[in-house]
Design a protein around this ligand. Structure first.
Ligand SMILES: [Zn+2]
Ligand SMILES: [Zn+2]
Length: 327
C-alpha cells in the first residue's frame, strides 16, 4: 500500500524532524490516506514494476520515487512488536557523515558530493530484542596487599578474603540484528539505541524508508544475545569486586533465563560508496546519529566502537569474609 495525500495526491512520508506524516509536494501534514497496491511487484502509484526481494517490507519506486509499504509482510507471524521511528532526517544524516569525514583524510571528490550522498537510504533493520533474568553466583578468594615502613624495616601485610557474590540481573531488550544483509559487527557497533523511544509497531512510520523483514530466526540468533548478556554480567560482577589486587575464582555460575523476545525495527541510514572497484558501506544510527565506517583512503581504522549496557543490577548479595592475616 501507499500513503497518498488527500490534498494533492502526492506520496506522504514520515518526517523525523516534524515527527509527523508529511507531504513534500504540498507541504501538508497528516493528510495521508491509504491506497492499496494491485500486486506486490508493482508500484501502487505509477504501476511501474518493482524489484522486490523476498525480505523487502518497504521500498522506493525507482520510476516515480514513491514509497510502497508491503502490509502482507508486516502481519501475522511477520508483524513487528515494536518500532523505533527515525529521529535523524536524511539531511541530518548527510551532514553528520560529512562532518565525520570532511578534511579527515584524503577523500575522493565524489565521496561527499551531493549527487552520491543522494543515494543514502534509511532502512528499518529487523532486530530481536531479548529479555533475560539472570543470576550470577560467584565465590573465590580475593587478595589485598598493604605495605609500610618503620625505621629500616618494610612491612607487608597480605590479607586473603573469602569473597562471595550473588547477583540478580534484569536484562532488558538485548538487541541482535536479524538481517542477513547487514554486517553483524557493524550493527553491534551502531549501538546503543535508546530503548525508551521504542513504540508499538505502526506501519505509517515506514513510509519514506526501506524496510526488511527478519531473515534469521529468533532461536538461531539467541547465542549472540546470550554472549552479550554474559559479557555484561561479567562487567557488573567485576564492578562489585573492585579493591582486590588479585582474585581467584573457585565457583562461577551464570544462569540465564529468557523471559521474552520482541521483534523490532530499528532505524539505520546506509550509504554505499564504490572506490577503485571496491564497495564501502557507511552507517548512521537513525536515532543517535552515530557514524560508522571505514575510510577507503587511509589505513582503514574504524571510527567508533563501543556497545550498550542492558543489564540492570537489582540485587547484590555480597559476602567478604577475611580468612587470614599475616604480618
Ligand atoms: Zn500533498
Ligand atoms: Zn512508481
Amino acid at each position: 500500500m501507499i500513503y497518498k495525500c488527500k490534498n494533492c495526491g502526492g506520496n506522504v512520508v514520515y518526517h523525523p524532524d516534524k515527527k509527523k506524516m508529511y507531504c513534500p509536494h504540498c507541504d501538508g501534514t497528516d493528510t495521508e490516506e491509504e491506497v492499496e497496491s494491485a500486486t506486490i511487484t508493482e508500484c501502487a502509484n505509477c504501476g511501474a514494476p518493482m524489484e522486490v526481494s523476498r525480505y523487502t517490507s518497504a521500498c522506493k519506486c525507482e520510476h516515480c520515487g514513491s514509497y510502497t509499504v508491503f502490509e502482507e509482510r508486516l502481519e501475522g507471524e511477520l508483524a513487528p512488536h515494536l518500532i523505533l521511528p527515525f529521529q535523524i532526517s536524511k539531511e541530518k544524516a548527510v551532514e553528520l557523515l560529512k562532518k565525520e569525514f570532511q578534511g579527515r583524510f584524503y577523500t575522493p571528490g565524489t565521496f561527499l558530493s551531493e549527487a552520491t550522498l543522494e543515494g543514502m537510504e534509511g532502512i528499518y533493520v529487523p532486530f530481536f530484542l531479548y529479555d533475560y533474568l539472570a543470576s550470577y553466583d560467584y565465590a573465590g578468594t580475593g587478595t589485598k596487599v598493604r605495605s609500610w615502613r618503620r625505621g629500616n624495616t618494610e612491612y607487608v601485610e597480605t590479607s586473603w578474603f573469602r569473597v562471595e557474590r550473588n547477583l540478580d540481573i534484569d536484562f532488558d531488550h538485548i538487541p541482535v540484528d536479524a538481517s542477513i544483509n547487514m554486517d553483524d559487527n557493524m550493527m553491534d557497533l551502531l549501538e546503543p539505541f535508546d530503548q525508551k523511544a521504542l513504540e508499538a509497531f505502526q506501519k505509517k512510520y515506514m513510509s519514506g524508508f526501506q524496510g526488511e523483514i527478519f531473515s534469521e530466526g529468533l532461536m538461531g540468533l539467541e547465542p549472540r544475545a546470550q554472549e552479550k548478556a554474559r559479557k555484561d554480567a561479567e562487567e557488573l560482577l567485576r564492578e562489585t569486586l573492585s579493591g582486590y589486587s588479585a582474585l581467584h575464582a573457585d565457583r562461577k555460575h551464570l544462569n540465564l533465563q529468557r523471559q521474552t523476545a520482541n521483534y523490532a525495527l530499528l532505524p539505520v541510514w546506509v550509504y554505499y560508496y564504490s572506490y577503485h572497484g571496491k564497495k564501502y558501506t557507511y552507517y548512521v544510527n537513525g536515532q543517535s546519529g552515530k557514524v560508522l565506517g571505514k575510510t577507503p583512503f587511509s589505513a582503514g581504522k574504524m571510527l567508533v566502537n563501543g556497545a550498550g549496557v542492558w543489564g540492570l543490577l537489582f540485587t547484590i548479595m555480597m559476602l567478604g569474609k577475611m580468612i587470614l592475616e599475616v604480618l
